[in-house]
Design a protein around this ligand. Sequence first.
Ligand code: NDP
Length: 314
Amino acid sequence: MNTEKTRCLIIGSGPAGYTAAIYTSRANLSPVLYEGIQPGGQLTTTSEIENFPGYPQGISGTEMMEDLKKQALRFGADIRNGIVTAVDLSKAPYKITLDSGNIIETETLIIATGASAKYLGLPDEAKYAGMGVSACATCDGFFYRKKVVAVVGGGDTACEEAVYLAGLASKVYLIVRKPFLRASQIMQDRVLNDPKIEVLFEHNTLGLFGDNGVEGAFLVKRKGEPDEEKVTIAIDGFFLAIGHHPNSGVFKGWLELDPQGYIKVMPGTPKTNIPGVFAAGDVADPNYRQAITAAGTGCMAAIEVERYLSSICK
Ligand code: NDP
């Protein structure tokens, strides 16, 4: 077991983590970045990114993350494989334990561990990943122009995604397990008044089918009731919108989290309740969850690290 000291440790390798690494390495802070469980983050599961400014022809998620990584390496960021298994944020330097057993003592910490979309847990979700199954309508909706899609969920995200997709697709099924929507009234009204959206209340998904990608879904209506009914729908795309869970578990007990587990930051800043510890990207953002907003908060966290380090060196 080794103990190493650093001035700036970044956890996570999505747009927030890499942007923080680019800024802190250019500022000569010699950051160390641990890539985490999914190097490159959620975007590596997206086929094409067309809404990140600067790529007029679009770019694949994997390629964009490789470019961000190269940019951070160019300025000397020390990027490593590894997962954080425990933290001790009781006092600076903060102690971060890795899966290798090694410990890093760091003056500042940027947490950019992201969030993960929730899935139903059906084997077919994995089978058709990138072939018709998506958890991000804003990312992938464009590929379903004039096609038929289904969205699962009854909250604000599901309604927002259904309305967004209705602007592109020829028809949208909204698959809702309860007999009502949980979304805000305004989103419910938009969904219920959109002629392209058909809400399937009290439906659950059993599986997907198709030879070259998703061609349809097997559903069950009023599961377990005497009038239970099997339903099959023909669809080209299947979108999950049943919530996200922020990857903040290891910080529980140290940082203030909201009821969903998102790290609480001082509004308009990446500052957490602990000085020198900053949170950027989706782990602190239940609202926007976009690559560009994550990159923006990664930049903000890096600038705050610089300010913090110069304030304690005075
Ligand atoms: P929510 O937790 O609000 O809703 C999740 C939805 O998915 C619920 O309808 C839930 O059903 C359903 N669901 C969960 N698990 C399953 C499952 N296994 N099978 C089928 N359905 C399932 O998550 P959201 O992402 O929609 O919203 C998160 C927060 O962000 C909310 O506070 C929301 O208001 C907010 N938000 C605000 C927006 C805005 O203001 N513009 C936009 C998007 C989100 P059930 O109801 O039966 O539990």
